[in-house]
Design a protein around this ligand. Structure first.
Ligand code: 3PG
Ligand code: MG
Length: 417
């Protein structure tokens, strides 16, 4: 890796300002915020343990949710400090601010190997604005900068970018953590020269979200398998009826160009052969966001590529599962990003689950499988197959932007080797 990593650092007795992505899902239970998935915390433990062993004083900074510059109690990192302490097996002091005297006092009292976690940086508006004066305030206690927050590395914010610049200007080192290094290795280097066949599975709701990734991967992949609602925008582009399926009429043009590019590049471009369709009906019930809950009636597999007027396509059908699984079983490298249907709803989870199963089996047979974060990771974990793949990214938006070929500001700001 071209960037300095924590392995190259001497941190004994130094205050290490470490940015982590502890933007974890929380749920309120009996008036308390409870972490429902601690993966992002667990994944930073190797970096923390290494830096503790090296005798650094670790000051962790993170964001949680989007509090927009306000002290939202439900977005406090206090429960995260508690969880981290349990996982690390040592005390983690929590400071209920990220700048100012409280932080300076806490930092002054640290011994080598101590860990503290600062309160949500997004309680200040200046964080997302990457305000230089705010970055200076954050950097006040920093002698070394470490970024292990791959999931937030696509943001040019004060704690992900500005602080690194301040530390570097003072002659301090800015290094990638071990998680950051792994993410860049699997989503970057490993896909540069993949063992072939290289099969890419892309799903999710929108073509417009994925078009840059599709475009870039058409340069590298041997086959692209498309699922999720975005498949219906491709159908629209091919002149089929899409009924009430989620489609982006404005993106039909880019879908057409992708199909043409695949043909020109001789890349197999597989679209669903059949679907699971159902009739969506609005109910009187409201969801958490106050929107009417939709019920899906009469779900059935359909091999008619024209969707009935009153129905929506919500999952890939059984024939598609067979065809996609065969392609996956032939692969030596697999990249998967995005579910094959509305998998949060049990009725429409079989397609995504079958793909998860195929990816796990292909991995067992020796393929390298890389899961590009977000919903595909959720689906794999739900199917209890998370440990059966080679790598699962902790990034959502960050993985997508990185796969598009973008330079992530949080990475760019780190010192070169
Ligand atoms: C994420 O969860 O995707 C990252 O933590 C970044 O959060 P954001 O999308 O609110 O910037
Ligand atoms: Mg996000």
């Amino acid at each position: 890796m071209a960037k300095l990593t924590v392995k190259d650092l001497d941190v004994r007795g130094k205050r290490v300002f470490m940015r982590v992505d502890y933007n974890v899902p929380l749920e309120e239970k009996d008036g308390q915020m409870v972490i429902t998935d601690a993966t992002r915390i667990v994944e930073t433990l190797p970096t923390l343990k290494l830096l503790i062993e090296k005798g650094g004083k670790l000051i962790l900074t993170a964001h949680l949710g989007r509090p927009k510059g306000k002290r939202e109690a439900t977005m406090s990192l206090a429960p995260v400090a508690k969880k981290l302490s349990e996982l690390l097996g040592k005390p983690v002091a929590f400071v209920d601010d990220c700048i100012g005297e409280k932080v300076e006092n806490a930092a002054a009292g640290m011994k080598n190997g101590d860990v503290i976690l600062l309160e949500n940086v997004r309680y200040y508006n200046e964080e997302e604005k990457n305000d230089p004066a705010f970055a200076e305030k954050l950097a006040k206690i920093a002698e070394v900068y470490v970024n292990d927050a791959f999931g937030a590395a696509h943001r040019a914010h004060a704690s992900t970018e500005g602080v690194a610049r301040v530390v570097a200007k003072r002659g301090g080192k800015c290094a990638a953590g071990l998680l950051m290094e792994r993410e860049l290795k699997f989503l970057g280097d490993e896909l540069e020269k993949p063992a072939r066949p290289f099969v890419v599975i892309l799903g999710g709701a929108k073509v417009s979200d994925k078009i840059k990734v599709i475009d870039r991967l058409l340069e590298k992949a041997d086959a692209l398998l498309i699922g999720g609602a975005m498949a219906y925008t491709f159908r629209l582009a091919q002149g089929y009826k899409t009924g009430k399926s989620l489609v982006e009429p404005d993106a039909a043009g880019i879908a057409k160009s992708a199909l043409a590019k695949a043909k020109a590049k001789n890349v197999k471009f597989l679209l669903p052969l059949d679907d699971v369709v159902a009739v969506p009906v609005k109910t009187d019930k409201l969801d958490k966001k106050g929107k009417p809950v939709i019920e899906y009636q009469n779900p059935k597999a359909s091999a008619d590529l024209n969707c009935p007027d009153d129905a929506a396509g919500l999952d890939i059908g059984p024939a598609t599962v067979v065809a996609y699984a065969a392609e996956i079983m032939r692969a030596k490298t697999i990249l998967w990003n995005g579910p094959m249907g509305l998998f949060e709803n049990k009725q429409f989870a079989p397609g995504t689950n079958a793909i998860a199963q195929a990816v796990a089996e292909a991995t067992q047979k020796g393929a390298k499988s890389i899961i590009g974060g977000g919903d595909s990771v959720k689906a794999l974990n739900k199917a209890k197959l998370g440990d059966k793949v080679t790598f699962m990214s902790t990034g959502g938006g960050a993985s997508l932007e990185f796969l598009e070929g973008a330079v992530l500001p949080g990475v760019a700001a780190l010192s070169d080797k």
